[in-house]
Each structure stands twice: as structure tokens, then as C-alpha cells.
Design a protein. Structure first.
Length: 232
């Protein structure tokens, strides 16, 4: 069995969904510390030929809290976020279908940060016909006091995994020797993204999955884009 384990991210880039599609079980950390400078509640979309950030505003709280203990700010202006994205993509070929999905995601009444992001990932996976089960880390029967690599190995053993796949950015975090000793094959997914038309302007890569879906037909998306990666 192949598994991957990642932090939750709001509408992440295509590599996140390639990783979900490449494994048999995908574990999302909810009992992990929220980091301000990470990408958990923010991403980027295309506006006027440039990458522009968007984010979920959070209720002020302790920096020591886990993701599942954080809440979305009560004054989050959902309509404003939707209007910004609509203005940017209204002429995109797949706008109608994708914006309908985005409205479903953004208008969700959930205020818990993890619950909101988890539901959005399920919605996008369903839209992309990715059927890998998404598991929540705190629901697994392991020692949750473990950290880093040891925690991952514990999850692998708990789920009966023989292969652990991580995004290529994690190469420096894990030891092949430790995984081999534990009977786990450690692999890394290197995502490839060929340029696609973006209103006839120079291509801006690695934006939110929203951008990829706005400009690509579902058939080519499922057949080509989700499979554009190497495992090593």
C-alpha cells in the first residue's frame, strides 16, 4: 500500500492533487501546529498576468494551537473573495463549472479552519474524480506525541503501508536508511507542469488548482495533467 501524509492547504497547487492521486491512502494532519508563514490558509491566483495572493482570515488566537484548534475569522467576507476571483477568471474557458464549485467551497458555513479546508479538498477531489480516501491524522491509533519522521513511520505501520511518497520538497527531511530499516520504500513525487494558455499572456506556473481547472478541459485534466509527475 502506498500512502502520503501532508498538512492541509486551502486550494493548493496541482502537485498536491497529483500526490493524492498517486497513493492508496492520503493522510491529512489536523493535529499539527499552525504556522503563520506556511500555505495552510493561503494560495495564489492569476490576476492581470501576475500571481496574486488570497487567504482565509483567521480569528486571533495563540500561535501554539494546532490547525484543528484554529478558527476562521467571523468577519471573513466570502462574497469579496468570490468577486475577486470572478473578476480575474470570468473569461476563462471553464469559468462556469469551476466557479460553481468555488462558490460551494467558499460559502460553506464551517468556521473551524481544518474542517473548512478538509471539506474543500474533498470537493476538489470529487470534481477531479480522484477517489483516494482522505484520512485525518488525529483519528489514527498511534502515539501522537511522536514528531517528524518517527510519526510518519508510525502512521505507515498503522496503515500497513509498504511505500511512503512525499512531495519533492521534503527530500532533506527524511532518511532513506531509516525508512528502509522500517521496511518502507521512501519515494518522492516530482511534479511537472507544462504551460497552458492563460489569456494569451506569459505563463505563470504553480498557482492554486483553481487556475489549472479554469483553463483546462476536464478530459485533458484527468488524462494528462494529473499524471505529469515522476516518482524517484
Amino acid at each position: 500500500m502506498k500512502i502520503a501524509i501532508m498538512q492541509p492547504y486551502f486550494l493548493p497547487y496541482i502537485g498536491y492533487f497529483q500526490l493524492i492521486g498517486a497513493v492508496d491512502r492520503f493522510v491529512i494532519y489536523d493535529n499539527i501546529k499552525y504556522t503563520k508563514k506556511g500555505w495552510i490558509n493561503r494560495n495564489r491566483f492569476l490576476r492581470n498576468g501576475r500571481a496574486e495572493p488570497f487567504s482565509l482570515p483567521l480569528k486571533k488566537d495563540s500561535d501554539a494551537l494546532d490547525v484543528r484548534e484554529r478558527s476562521i475569522a467571523p468577519d471573513f467576507d466570502r462574497a469579496k473573495l468570490l468577486n475577486r476571483i470572478a473578476e480575474a477568471y470570468r473569461r476563462a474557458p471553464q469559468f462556469e463549472a469551476v466557479f460553481g464549485l468555488l462558490q460551494q467551497i467558499v460559502w460553506r458555513s464551517e468556521d473551524n479552519l481544518f474542517g473548512y479546508i478538509h471539506a474543500s479538498l474533498l470537493d476538489v477531489c470529487n470534481h477531479l474524480d480522484i477517489r483516494t480516501p482522505l484520512l485525518v491524522s488525529s483519528a489514527l491509533d498511534i502515539d501522537h506525541g511522536l514528531k517528524g519522521q518517527e510519526r510518519i513511520l508510525a502512521i505507515c505501520h498503522h496503515l500497513g503501508a509498504d511505500t511512503y511518497i512525499n512531495a519533492s520538497g521534503g527530500r532533506g527531511l527524511y532518511s532513506h536508511e531509516a525508512f528502509t530499516a522500517a521496511g518502507i520504500d521512501l519515494r518522492f513525487l516530482q511534479s511537472h507542469l507544462c504551460p497552458y494558455p492563460q489569456f494569451g499572456q506569459p505563463f505563470v506556473p504553480w498557482l492554486s488548482i483553481l487556475d489549472v481547472m479554469m483553463f483546462n478541459e476536464p478530459e485533458s485534466f484527468y488524462r494528462d495533467l494529473l499524471g505529469r509527475y515522476d516518482l524517484d
